[in-house]
Design a protein around this ligand. Structure first.
Ligand code: GRF
Length: 206
């Protein structure tokens, strides 16, 4: 069973999807810790309501990036986290944490990477850009996390149609529904040992 550290910056509906998947027996994991860079993130309250340790930790609280990174690493170790999920986390994970958790960090992105990803491409910006480009499909991507924003290899991707009368709000809602299914599924593939990673190739084993 995986001991998850979930990082959130916002309302935490993807965290909620993980909580529900665990409760329904669809995900062999326990929530060991929820971390947020925003003290008022809804995701922290959600975690606390479940009795899950929840901690607000922002780089700005520390004298240096190194101190911040050390504190975060200590927290993760103390709570026995062995797998990290970025579920709407809008801050870069320190390089030291990415190194320690190599191939054990997933992120969910609300578009089909590598399109509409990278720095500044988050939340409504993504959906606005998809609509402005005139795309016929969008979707969600769960991918491994490396040191570049939205760059690690995809684990699962799923499409949704873009409708002619879509707004960023209606498209975001359609994508979010897919996110909530895809993220727990992707984490479960790791929990079940069904993932083999060779370079950028992520293979799902039967
Ligand atoms: C989701 O669209 C996710 O893909 C993106 O940020 C949003 C977070 O939503 N990275 P929530 O906080 O999980 O509700």
């Amino acid at each position: 069973m995986l001991s998850l550290g979930v990082f959130v910056s916002g309302r935490g509906s993807n965290l909620q999807a993980l909580i529900e998947a665990i409760a329904a027996g669809r995900l062999d994991a326990r929530l060991a810790l929820v971390v947020s860079n925003m003290a008022e993130a809804g995701g922290l309250a959600l975690a606390r309501a479940q009795g899950v340790p929840a901690c607000a930790l922002a780089a700005g609280q520390f004298a240096s990036e190194e101190e911040y990174s050390q504190q975060l690493s200590t927290l993760l170790r103390e709570h026995g986290v062995d797998f990290i999920v970025l579920a709407g986390y809008l801050h870069k994970v320190p390089a030291a944490v990415i190194r320690v958790f190599h191939n054990r960090i997933l992120n969910i992105h609300p578009a089909l990477l590598p399109a509409f990803g990278g720095k500044g491409m988050y939340g409504h910006h993504v959906h606005e850009a998809v609509l402005a480009y005139g795309c016929k499909v969008s979707g969600a991507t769960v991918h491994l996390v490396d040191e570049e924003y939205d760059h690690g290899a995809p684990v699962l991707q799923r499409c949704v149609p873009v409708h002619e009368d879509d707004t960023a709000v209606s498209l975001a809602a359609r994508v979010l529904e897919v996110e909530h299914a895809l993220l727990p599924q992707a984490v479960q593939l790791f929990a079940a040992g069904r993932i083999r990673i060779t370079g950028r190739q992520v293979t799902i084993l039967e």
